[in-house]
Every structure is written in C-alpha cells, then in structure tokens.
Design a protein around this ligand. Sequence first.
Ligand code: BGC
Length: 421
Amino acid sequence: MHTLLWPVAVLTLSIACSSSGQSKNNRANTVEVLHWWTSGAEAAALQVLRRALTDQAIGWVDMPVAGGGGSNAMTVLRARVASGNPPTAVQMLGFDILDWGAEKITTDLNDVAKAEGWNEVVPKALQAFSVYDGAWIAAPVNVHSTNWIWANRKILDEVGIKPPQTWQELVGALDAIQRAGYIALAHGGQAWQEATIFDSVVLATGGPEFYRKAMIARDDGALRSATMREVFARMRTLRTYVDPNFPGRDWNLASAMVIKGRAAMQIMGDWAKGEFSSANQKSGEDFLCFRFPGTQGSVLFNSDQFVMFDVGDKRRPAQVALARSILSPEFQIAFNRIKGSVPARIDVSDHAFDDCGKKAMAELKQAADSGTLLGSFAHGHTGPAAVKNAIYDVVTEHFNGNATPEQATAQLVDAVRTASQ
Ligand code: BGC
C-alpha cells in the first residue's frame, strides 16, 4: 500500500476530473497536467507552457485544483494514483516531490537531463528536490520566495512612509496607515496564507540560524524558546492590521486590494507580483517590493516543479517534450516574467525582468553564496507534509483565535513531536 494514497478525501472531485480527461488522455500525444495555478497571472503564465506544447502539436488536458501550497492538489493526486491513473505531470513542492519519489511510480528523466545539461544549469538547492535516488523525476519551473512585502506606492507616499527596515518601523508604518483610514494589511484567512506570513516572522524574529534550527531541524529547544513565543506575539500584532472580512479570502483578492488602493501592504510570496504586473502596475512606480523587515540578506525559497509520473512508453515522448520545454531558457524567461518568480536555471540573464525580478535574482545568488538561502516552511521546503500540515493547524488556530503566545508555543512543540513520529 502506498503510504501517500490515504486519506483520499475528495474522491468525487477527482473522479469528475479524471473522467473528463480520460478519453483525451488515451491519446498518446497529450499531456495531462495537475496544478494549482488558478489566479489570473498564474493561468496566464501556464498558458506559455501550453502554447509551447501546442507548437509541437502536443495536446493538453488541464487539471486545475485551487489552493496555494498545493495541499488540495495533493489530495486529488492521491485519489488519481489510487485509481491507477496518474496524470502525466504534477506541480509539486519540495518534500512532496521526495515523498512521491519514494513511491517508485515516477519516471526517470536522466536521459533528458543528460542531453540537456540540467546538472550544470539547475541550482543545487533545487536539484536536492528534483533528483530522487539518483534519478531526475521532476522539471523545475521557477524559484519563488516568500519573505516579501508588496505595497501600494501611492498610499505609502500619501502617508509619508518609506519601506520599513525593522519590526518597529513596520509596526509604526502599519499604525500610520490605519490612522489614515486604509486597511493596513491585505490578508486572506486561509491556513497556507497565515503560514506564509509565519515564514517571514520566524526568520525576522530569530534570524537565519534560528529559522534553520526551528523550521528545518525542528530542534525542540528552538521550538519551545522565548524567541518562538515572540514570533506568536508578533503574529497577533499583525492580526490587528487585517480587515474583518479576511476569513477565507483568496490571496489574489488580497493582492487586488493593494492594487486598487484599498489596502497598503500584503505579506506574500512573489507570485503576488504576477497579479500586479498583469494589472499593468509597474514596480517602483505603482507598487513597491521589499523584504519583510528583519529578513534582508536571507531568501526563503520554494520552487515549483513538475513531477513526471510513469505513464507508459506510448505517452513518454509527449512527457519528455513537456520536461524539455519547461527547462528551455526561452520558456524560463517568458514564464517567470509573468509568474513573478525567477528562472530555475543559473545561466539566464536578468535583462528581461523588472526591478523586483532583478532584485530577486541578485538576492537569490547572494543568499546561495552566503548560506542564507533557506527553504520555505509554508511552501513545503522544510519537511514532510505531515509536519507542515500540523504546524499549519497551530499557526492558523492561533491567528484566528485567542491563544496566548505561551499556549501556541506549547501547541507547536506538541504538534511537531506528534507529526514527526
Ligand atoms: C506556489 C506558487 C503559487 C502560489 C499560490 C505556491 O505554493 O509555489 O506557484 O502561485 O502557491 O497559488
């Protein structure tokens, strides 16, 4: 029994998806792609890939399952695999990729990787997830980063504030914005979005070494420390700047609040930049991007990769064409400009990217060189899904409830211990 096959919670949805794809799916020259890119900019970016395949006369069966971080998509995937019919390629993050690698139902892309020189051009931090047991099983599409703030420039100018550099400056800025009558923080109350804020707050409060100990090593001392209590206290402070309608709001609707000038800032990964750009906003002019105060010099990354499942020899040529297209330099530039991320290859020029993209590429390199490039907890790059989901629960319950920092810290310690067993 595959350990990843349960719980199979959304069987109905998955059956609906698979039957609509089934007949087309039998065509060898078609790829079926499961992903969670459903916002305007995400769908536009994916269109670039779809077009690249259409140009090669390869069909595309689309299987979108909304939900950042991919938890919903992973549930649908489990149902598809349980019914013996995996998609050709599945968008996936970090440790989920390794978990599926262990199931031995992915395909080996080493021949393509060798022919295309992937070993030389894909950053090692990404290869740590694309390669399982010596075999390339996934094609990385991008590198995203979570420790960003996206701000409406007009509001900041009107209130007279510069991008804050420290926690104190951030709180001062949010207070001033609130006093001026704006929603200070645009936020969507979904567990993965609260976890995304938590990424930045842990890093800012404790620094990179603390982040590494608490989130990657899951060191008990770090998890139960006074620093972690301070992290929860800061999460509570941020909660006071969010409008009352935040529960359940999608992240791109929160971005739209900043774009439209209803809210001043959003703490979100750089997929938010895609929404700004597709609304014709210019970085530096209409919106500002800056690192969450206190995290400058470090980059919390997540890389979307397409994991290739074993779909048999007949469908392999189309699958290989998909993998090859994903890693072509032209695609990496065209796609990542729209998506808000940066290329998953080190040999691509930053020429075509906007200011925020150039900054992201330079900071990624600096962080990799100085040992401060760290995986994003919220987006699956610090540990297995069971641990991630257990921490999601604690963080979201605290954000939406009344637990004290002490109580939340104790819950975190328990949750990590139980999920790691
Ligand atoms: C993915 C991004 C995506 C975001 C919101 C993240 O987990 O890595 O590609 O845009 O979720 O859907």
